[in-house]
Ligand binder design. Sequence first.
Ligand code: PSU
Ligand code: MN
Length: 297
Amino acid sequence: MLMTEEVQEALDARRPVVALESTIIAHGLPRPRNLAVAEELEALVRSGGAVPATVAVLDGRAHIGLDKDQLERLATDESVRKFGHRDLAPAMAARATGATTVSGTAFLAARAGIRVFATGGLGGVHREWTETQDESADLLLLARTPITVVCAGVKSILDVPATLQRLETLGVSILGYRTAHFPGFYLSSSGEPVDWTVRTPEDIAQVMESKATLGGPDSALIVANPVPEADQLNPALHDRVLGEALDECRERGIVGQAVTPFLLDYLMRQTHGASLEANLAAVRGNVRLAARIAAAL
Ligand code: PSU
Ligand code: MN
């Protein structure tokens, strides 16, 4: 694992560090906006008083923290792949280059000693799970990785109730941040309830302390932070376009790792960019909150 000096020094001195994933940059956002967003997210972490550590695999080496050129390569090079945690070892041996998903990022960040990680929306159980068995590797990895993940829920392209059920089965704790409802990624609420609501970053730090005192469980802590209502995608538009996107995905026979990027891109085009703005508002809020949690620890 290669750590930037800045991240290494911050971890050694127990100063706040926030891990950021890179799949959203390479595969979740349109070019050239993705590079500007990658830089903006790092700047948001810094203005929150923490050090950003964007995670990726470059030429077979796992990087915890990227410099400007490396971030640019990730955002512009079309050959950058998408790596979940199962891809890490083969990618390293093959000297391959790829962005890390939530599972790949959480795995590497936790091993580097980073305690807080921010993303947009988690992967989860897909709506056609009974036929495709498509469940994101994010869930099982989070079930056995002790890291706090700040997200706007799970992507609304998924089966949200089924995903929440899986997280319950897997024993992953969920905290609603200033909400009694699980957020809906592009939407402020998925309509599903959460069992625990917290109001401040200090409350979240307290839960992390309690977990440390208990000595477990060794699973992730999900902080579900809704996109502000003013920034959410219009719910009726969301439901209509999502229905079309799922039909199109099925008709075209898109499967596996390509499903999530396809659906995100379809929504963006068919909502004329409105879903992108909601996605970005959610990610920005998560990154800001993650920096405050890291600072509160
Ligand atoms: N959040 C976003 N955009 C994204 C993702 C999350 O706002 O593109 C990525 C994450 O990296 C997540 C991945 O781990 O989508 C899930 O992909 P899959 O469903 O193939 O596991
Ligand atoms: Mn999948």
